[in-house]
Each structure stands twice: as C-alpha cells, then as structure tokens.
Design a protein around this ligand. Structure first.
Ligand code: HEC
Length: 466
C-alpha cells in the first residue's frame, strides 16, 4: 500500500512539480524573529480563508432575491443544521479580519516595513484594506433585514451628496435611484464575485511581493535603509542570520491563526449570528439604521460633521485618506526604521486609534439616531395643571406619532432632537405649531401627517410642559 501511494505521489510530483514549487518556498530564509511578532498578516489571511469557506457554504442556501433573501436567511439561522453557527462564524470572521487588517497595518507602519524595497507591498495592502471594508459593507445588505437595507440607503444617500459625480456613483452602487431587488443582485455580485476576485488577485500579488522582496528584518535603531545598498545587505544578512521559513516562522503563524480561529468559533457558538431585525419596511423612511460595528465610525463621522462641510468632506475625506495612505512609502522610503527613532509614528498610530475608537463609541451610543424602543409617557409625569383632556390626548400623540423617537420628555425618548421636557418655557403655542408643521433641520415636517385637532392637542400638551 505504502509503495503504491509513494508511486502515485512520485508520478504526480513529476508531472505537476509540487516539490519543485514548495521546497524553495519552505526552505527560503527569512530574518530571525520572535515567535509572536509578524503574525498578523498571516492571521488576516487565515480569516480570509475562513470567510471564503463559510461564505461559499452560506451561498448554498442563500437566495439573492428581494422576495426570498430574508426568508432564506431565517431558514439558515433557525432551521438549517449549524446554520446559525455558520452565519456567526462568517460574521465574527469578518470582524476578526477587519481588526487584524488594522493591526497588521499598524505593525507595518510602526516598524516602517513599507520602506525600500517594499513600497508595493504597502500599496497592494492599502487596496486590500479598502476591499475588506467594502466586503463588510456589501455583506450587510445581503442580510436584507431592516438594518442592512437602511444602512445601505444611508450610505447611498451620503454618496449621492458628493458634488457632480455623486449621483452616478450612487446609481452604480445600488443599481438605480432607490434600493430594491436590483440593488440586492448587484450587492450579491459585488460580494461574491467582483470583490473576492479582486481580493484573490491582490492577495496573490501581496504574497508574491513578500517572497520577492523578503520579509522585513526586525528594525534596529541606527541601522538605516539605503536603497543603493539595501538588497545586497539583506542578502548577506539572510545568509548569516537567516532561518528557514519552515518550520521556524510557520509555527508562530499557525499557532496565532489557530488561536484567532478558536476565538471566532467560540464567539459564533456562544453568540450565534447577529439577530435579523425584520424584513425591510419601505414605509419607514425616517429610521436611522444600526449598521454593523465596523461601519459605525463612518456613520458617526458623517452624523457629527457640520452640515455645511458635509458634501465637501464626503468627497475629499475618502480621497485624501486613500491618497495619504498610498503616499506614505513615497514620503520617506529610506533611513531609520526603528520606532524608537521615529516616535511620531507611534504618536500617529495612537491618534488614529483614539479617533476611530471614539467615533465607534459615539456610534454605539448613537445619540442622534431615533430610539425606537421608547415607552409611552406615564400620565403621572405629564404636567397638566388643569386636568385638560387635550393635553392627555397630545401626550399620547407625542408617543404614537413617533415624536418620542427623537425627543426626550421627562427621561423618556431619544436624543436625536432637542429635549422637550420644559419646552413650554421656550416656545409659545404658535411657535410650537410652526415647528411641528414645517419641521426643518433633521425634524420631519408633520403638516401633512397631523389633522387640525391632533395638532392643537399636541401643541396644548407641549405648551403645558413648563
Ligand atoms: C426624526 C427625528 C424627529 C422626530 C420624529 C420629531 N422631531 Fe421634533 N425635532 C427634531 C430635531 C432634530 C429638531 C431640531 C431642529 C433644528 O435643528 O432646528 C426638532 C425640533 C422640534 C421642536 C423645536 C424645539 C426647540 O426647542 O426649538 C419641536 C417643538 C418639536 N421638534 C416637536 C416635535 C413633535 C411634536 C414631533 C412629533 C409630531 C416631533 N418633533 C418629531 C427631530 C425630530
């Protein structure tokens, strides 16, 4: 038996050339390094492979049509064997991949591994970062629940605000003027064909470059990169100090990736997939969605930005960020690599981290988005000195007409609009009526939604709150 297998292997190896391909790969020398450094790139790669496997598995049951998508996900989540865990792995895998891409990038930046001759490694990495984010964004819509759909509506609206090209970009993104079945087909195509194809290509390029230019040696203060002599120096360095890729480096990579995958599996088993938030309801156009956490910083940024600069920032922000990232290896591709001699690099990373984390925290609190889980005001807290029925009626309207989603009243309600607890001190009845009928700012106009009687009850209620 062993003999036969050996023969088959020999035949295959001769015809395909597996050993010839793998041997130099496994034996090629890399700089000596600590076990736990330099593992984030391979960790990201493992997450990506996990996403490919779970994604393909999900696609076996998922139906990308607006009539069936939500139901097919419900089926996967509630009926299919391990379906909920599978969705969970895909969700936490995406989260893990985004975190690891970020950490990998910070490590590369801090150790200045992007310097000569690895500029193209960095540039292909920036494209991989963008593709990863776009994967997260498109995946969310495929859930076809209210959160996923409205997150995409908001993004498309934001995109549409870009001067000149915005309208066309939004159309290209969602395949029309509004989100509908065609957007789902389009996002499905992005998510399973176009972006993965690009990712495979760029990952291939990225890995090829790692092999071609070698893994960067751990930086040492005072050891400068000089493009004229670096390659020669690196060759000698490897000859003297290098260790074979297998098994030295592989062990660290495999250990780390295993831990990551265990964490993802653990989270998926414990928490399962994110809950589906109900099929999208086209009549609720004023909702603000709760996108997945990795999208929150973007939403928070745009929600907090002054309205006047929003459309300019929408256009310039992403362009400048990408251009800035791509420019990094060109601003300085030689000299010191040690973070000890480049303290500002640490400083920069910390600033970016603090900025993104605060946006994320703000996004999680989402004070500007309506609070749909608010409860009706208890009669006891309403100020109604004359025991007026119109005031009580108005208080009820305040709840059922959705005012409370955005306005706080005696600790009840959301914070998207001003607190109205003592609004009677501030505004007269006429002013109140004008505000309610005309809306303005982020307040919807209620003129066409309320009848005369309802309006006067609401105004009576608000005017009494002082
Ligand atoms: C989608 C969120 C939202 C909903 C729903 C909403 N509002 Fe508002 N409201 C706002 C915002 C935001 C403002 C501040 C607008 C501005 O910038 O001038 C506001 C302002 C007001 C003001 C003026 C407050 C002041 O101190 O100047 C009143 C009064 C008011 N809303 C009443 C209502 C009533 C009554 C309803 C329900 C019929 C309602 N709102 C529903 C968001 C909302």
């Amino acid at each position: 038996m062993k003999k036969i297998l050996k023969k088959i292997w020999a035949w295959l190896d001769d015809r395909i050339g597996i050993t010839g391909l793998l041997k130099p790969l496994l034996n090629h020398k890399i700089p000596p390094r600590k076990l736990w450094s330099y593992v984030f790139g391979s960790g990201t790669l493992f997450c990506f492979l996990l996403q490919v496997i779970t994604g393909v598995s999900l696609s076996l049951l998922y139906q990308p049509s607006s009539n069936n998508a939500y139901q097919s996900l419900e089926f996967i989540t509630n009926k299919a064997k391990f379906g909920n865990v599978l969705r969970g792995i895909h969700y936490f895998g995406a989260s893990g991949m985004i975190i690891l891409v970020g950490v990998h990038m910070m490590r590369v930046y801090i150790t200045a591994s992007y310097k000569f001759p690895r500029e193209m490694n960095w540039i292909s990495g920036v494209f991989l970062l963008l593709l990863t984010i776009f994967m997260g964004f498109t995946g969310q819509l495929l859930r076809w629940d209210s959160n996923g759909v409205w997150s995409s509506v908001v993004a498309a609206e934001q995109l549409g605000r870009i001067p000149l090209v915005g309208k066309y970009m939004a159309r290209l993104l969602i395949g029309g003027d509004t989100i509908g079945g065609q957007s789902l087909s389009r996002f499905y195509s992005y998510h399973v064909f176009i972006i993965p194809a690009l990712m495979f290509t760029f990952i291939g390029l990225h890995l090829y470059l790692v092999l071609r230019n070698g893994i960067s040696e751990p930086p040492k203060a005072g050891r400068l990169v000089d493009p004229a002599t670096y390659r020669q120096w690196y060759k000698i360095f490897l000859k003297e100090k290098g260790v074979p890729f297998w098994p030295n480096a592989v062990i660290g990579d495999v250990l780390f990736s295993s831990v990551i995958i265990m964490i993802i599996l653990g989270l998926a088993f414990i928490f399962g997939a994110p809950a589906l938030t109900g099929p999208p309801d086209p009549s609720m156009v004023h909702t603000s969605p709760h996108p997945d956490w990795y999208m929150l910083p973007f939403f928070a940024l745009f929600a907090l930005m002054p309205k006047r600069i929003e459309s300019i920032a929408m256009m310039l922000g992403p362009v400048l960020t990408v251009v800035g990232l791509l420019a990094i290896p060109f601003l300085s591709n030689k000299g010191e690599r040690s973070p000890l001699k480049r303290p500002w690099s640490m400083f920069g990373v910390i600033i970016v981290l603090v900025f993104v984390t605060s946006l994320l925290v703000l996004g999680l609190k989402a004070p500007w988005s309506p609070k749909f889980e608010t409860k009706a005001l208890p009669l006891a807290v309403i100020k109604n000195s004359h025991g007026d029925t119109s005031v009580a009626h108005g208080a009820n309207l305040f709840y059922v007409k959705g005012c409370q989603y955005c306005h706080t009243m005696h600790d009840y309600g959301g914070k998207a609009g001003p607190n109205l607890t003592n609004v009677g001190n501030r505004l007269s009845k006429d002013e109140l009526a004008i505000r309610i009928v005309n809306g303005g700012g982020n307040m919807p106009a209620y003129g066409s939604i309320l009848n005369k009687n309802e309006l006067s009850n609401l105004v009576a209620f608000l005017a009494a709150q002082k």
